[in-house]
Design a protein around this ligand. Structure first.
Ligand SMILES: N[C@@H](CCC[C@H](N)C(=O)O)C(=O)O
Length: 272
C-alpha cells in the first residue's frame, strides 16, 4: 500500500497532511510521525497533521510535532486544513473546537478564548502569569498564555538579537513547565505591530507559529502594550490577530499547498 499525503505550509511553518477520512493511514505513533518529519530521511515537516472523522464537529485534526509528540493546537496547520477543506468548518482538536472560514487575506480561525491561570498554562506551581516572578539571564519577567497549547512570552528590545536557539531549549525544558512550553521572543514595534520569533516545543526555531502569534498578541494586549487588533510579523510573514469583544482570539493569514505525493509505510518500519 502507498499512503497519499499533501505537503502544505503557513508562512513557512510546514506540514504533512494525512486524511484518514478518505484513505487508509497506518496507526500513528510517535516513532512514525518523527520518521516522516525527518528532513533527511523522511518527507520533512515541522508538524504532521492527521484528519479523522469527528462525532462533535465536521472533522477532527490531530497534530504531531517533528519530535513525534502529539499536541493540542497548531494555528498555521488549522489555516492549512481550512484551505484544503475549502469552506467554513468546525474542527475538533485536543485543545478545543476551532472554527475556520475563508477571509480577506486567506483563512480566519476562531482560536477560542485565552487561558491565564497558572494551572491552565500549565505551570508547576502557583504564580502570577501576567508578570512571572522568574528570570532567565538578561531577559525581563515573561508572561504566559495558553491558547490551546502552552506559551511563554518574553518582550525584548530586538527579537533578532536574542540567542533563541540557545535559550529556547533551556526554557522549553525548564521544570517550571511540566508539559514543556513554546518560547516566544517578541518586540513591540508600535501599538499595532509586533515582531516575533518562536522556539517551538518539540520542533525548534520555525519560520512562523500561529499559536505563538496569538499568545504573544494576547500577552501584549493584556499588558496594555498594543491595541486589540495587531499585525504579528514572523520570519515567514505576517498574521493579523484580533481579541474580539466576546473575548475570543481571531487569527487571519494565508496557507498554501506545496505538493502532493505518496509514501510506502514499509520504508518507515510499518506495514500499515
Ligand atoms: N506551529 C504551530 C504550533 C505547533 C505546536 C507547538 N509546537 C506545540 O508543541 O504546542 C502553530 O502554528 O501554532
Amino acid at each position: 500500500m502507498r499512503v497519499p499525503f499533501v505537503k502544505m505550509h503557513g508562512l513557512g511553518n510546514d506540514f504533512i497532511v494525512l486524511d484518514a477520512r478518505v484513505q487508509d493511514v497506518p496507526p500513528m505513533t510517535a516513532a512514525l510521525a518523527a520518521a516522516l518529519a525527518d528532513r533527511h530521511t523522511g518527507i520533512g515537516c515541522d508538524q504532521l497533521v492527521l484528519l479523522e472523522p469527528s462525532t462533535s464537529a465536521d472533522f477532527r485534526m490531530r497534530i504531531f510535532n517533528a519530535d513525534g509528540g502529539e499536541v493540542e493546537a497548531c494555528g498555521n496547520a488549522t489555516r492549512a486544513v481550512g484551505v484544503l477543506h475549502g469552506a467554513a468548518a468546525r474542527i475538533e482538536t485536543l485543545g478545543g473546537e476551532l472554527q475556520v472560514s475563508p477571509a480577506d487575506g486567506g483563512i480566519a480561525v476562531d482560536m477560542g478564548v485565552p487561558r491565564f491561570e497558572w494551572d491552565q498554562i500549565p505551570l508547576a506551581y502557583p504564580m502570577d502569569t501576567h508578570t512571572m516572578p522568574v528570570a532567565w539571564e538578561e531577559l525581563d519577567q515573561p508572561t504566559a498564555v495558553n491558547v490551546g497549547n502552552p506559551h511563554v512570552i518574553f518582550f525584548v528590545p530586538d527579537t533578532d538579537a536574542l540567542e533563541l536557539d540557545r535559550l529556547g531549549p533551556e526554557i522549553e525544558h525548564d521544570p517550571l513547565f511540566p508539559q514543556r512550553v513554546n518560547v516566544n521572543a517578541a518586540t513591540v514595534v508600535s501599538r499595532t505591530h509586533i515582531r516575533l520569533r518562536v522556539w517551538e516545543r518539540g520542533v525548534g526555531l520555525t519560520r512562523a507559529c500561529g499559536t505563538g502569534a496569538c499568545a504573544t498578541a494576547i500577552g501584549a494586549m493584556r499588558r496594555g502594550l498594543v491595541e486589540r487588533s495587531v499585525t504579528v510579523s514572523l520570519p515567514g510573514g505576517d498574521l493579523r490577530i484580533d481579541w474580539t469583544d466576546e473575548g475570543r482570539i481571531r487569527m487571519t493569514g494565508p496557507a498554501v499547498e506545496s505538493f502532493r505525493g505518496t509514501f510506502d509505510p514499509a520504508t518507515y518500519g510499518t506495514d500499515g
